[in-house]
Write a protein that binds this ligand. Structure first.
Ligand code: GLC
Length: 472
């Protein structure tokens, strides 16, 4: 089985969210059973030297609307399976999809070029491919091109990581990208309220759609989570599968992670405490033996930062410590910046730093994840691997990977144990936090669940098998 895996971001080269982590760790696991090529843009921000990315001395042109777009092919010197596409329109700017002034105005053209280039690379290099696996709207146009213009025989798998981002543009994109109005400007295909929608094209033209958890696959067929595409998804649900993401068990490993203060595993769990004490000192948090709650993530409404913000003014009086790491929407960046030195037991770090994030996971007793919706979520899996307890809203992939500690009837080896809340409001969120505090007070119980979480298998092992089944 030969797979071409296309993504607009792959860790460590470029990352704006969980997609990049998945686009790194899923292909790595699939490679055990298949030949997998990955392909992504060679953005200006990618450090070519650091990763030994070199030119293949192979270029070609894509003619769109009488304009020639030159594509140069790159790969890693030590690896024939990771391709990078360079084109100035696609790659030469600050940011992947936007900068401080907002979204780039030509993203339809940029990712249209990317989509053409994916197919042209496959054809021109004569790669023998059985399945092209696309991710999110940025590569979704490949499905349309494969089934129309190019009439390819390869099967197309399209994964939706987040329905909130659809790639909606002015309909003039059809001319700019040399597409056929008759073929694709239809309400069940590419058309969307007299505009065009890249995600819709992916849904309609792919052979299989997957999304990143079974619960999210159901949720997106309802008006609350369907982001106006619920009817479209219902019409295509015969080819829709929910497969939960995994995380890399090599990258996330508290017994080898070089970012953390003291290594530990299930057997030496007591060493985790050293991480908390060291970090608390470093962050100037009082009484390091208190339970430590962390939040790591993008400051966007999806991640529940409004709930976090409302709760901080209450948590200042609790005998707990809170450490927050993140950045995102400028409104939230400002609000968090103003709170940064307000309360002694609440520490806020602006920005994103992978090494510091790992220190937080290693130190934390609880991870806060009050997402308003969550296609899968990876942080709840990371905290489990680092011997902590996730506190999550019962939605999407969080619901599929975490069961409440009081729900003993449903405890099993397969699922993580945490604190969950269902009704989305401050009352039930605070209720969950007080439940977490009382769980921590019962150390015997807490340790049992924390160690349980360390032995739950959230690696890609199971889910990669499901993808192989889908490919077949
Ligand atoms: C998006 C989703 C997140 C998911 C990730 C990887 O970032 O918001 O829930 O885990 O994609 O699929």
């Amino acid at each position: 089985m030969n797979i071409l895996f296309a993504s607009s971001e792959i860790f460590p080269y470029a990352k704006s969210g969980g997609l990049a982590d998945v686009a790194q760790s899923l292909p790595a696991e699939l490679k055990r059973n298949a030949k997998v090529y990955t392909i992504m843009p060679l953005y200006a921000s990618i450090e070519r030297q650091r990763y030994n990315i070199c030119s293949c001395d192979f270029s070609f042109n894509i003619l769109l609307n009488k304009i020639n777009h030159q594509i140069d092919l790159y790969k890693r010197e030590d690896n024939d399976f990771e391709f990078f596409l360079y084109n100035p329109v696609l790659c030469d700017r600050d940011g992947l999809y936007h900068d401080e002034h907002g979204k780039f105005g030509d993203n339809h053209l940029r990712f249209g070029i990317f989509s053409y280039a994916i197919i042209e690379t496959m054809l021109r290099l004569k790669l023998k491919i059985d399945v092209i696996h696309l991710n999110d709207w940025q590569s979704a146009l490949v499905a349309l091109l494969a089934k129309t213009k190019y009439a390819l025989s390869q099967k197309i798998v399209f994964t939706i990581h987040n329905l909130a981002y659809q790639g909606i543009f002015h309909k003039s994109a059809i001319n700019e990208l040399d597409l056929s109005w008759e073929e694709c400007f239809k309400s069940d295909r590419f058309e969307y309220f007299d505009q065009v929608n890249f995600l819709k094209a992916g849904i309609f033209y792919s052979d299989v759609i997957t999304t990143v958890s079974p619960t999210y696959a159901l949720e997106i067929q309802t008006p609350s989570y369907g982001n106006t595409l619920e009817k479209m998804l219902i019409a295509n649900n015969h080819k829709l599968h929910g497969i939960i993401n995994g995380i890399s068990y090599e990258v996330f490993n508290p017994s080898t992670d070089e970012n953390i203060y003291t290594h530990f595993d299930k057997q030496s769990y007591e060493l985790k405490l050293k991480n908390k004490i060291k970090l608390s000192k470093e962050l100037n948090l009082p009484q390091p033996h208190r339970p430590l709650f962390i939040f790591v993530g993008r400051f966007t409404p999806q991640k529940g930062v409004d709930m976090i913000l409302q709760s901080l003014h209450l948590l200042k009086d609790f005998e707990i410590n809170v450490a927050i790491l993140g950045n995102g929407d400028s409104y939230y960046d400002n609000v968090f910046a103003n709170l940064a030195n307000m309360y002694p037991n609440i520490h806020i770090t602006a920005g994103y730093n992978e090494g510091f994030a790992r220190k937080l996971y290693a130190a934390a007793d609880f991870l806060l994840m009050p997402s308003t919706f969550e296609p899968c979520g990876l942080n709840q899996m990371i905290i489990m691997r680092y011997g902590g307890i996730p506190l999550v809203a019962k939605t999407g992939g969080l619901k599929d990977s975490v069961i409440d500690y009081t729900d003993t009837e449903h405890h099993s080896k397969e699922i993580g144990i945490g604190v969950t809340f269902e009704e989305y409001n401050l009352f039930w969120y605070m209720h969950a936090i007080t439940k977490a505090i009382s769980l921590y007070a019962n150390q015997k119980k807490y340790l049992k669940f924390a160690k349980h979480n360390m032995s739950v298998d959230n690696s890609w092992r199971h889910s990669a098998k499901e993808y192989m089944r889908v490919y077949r």
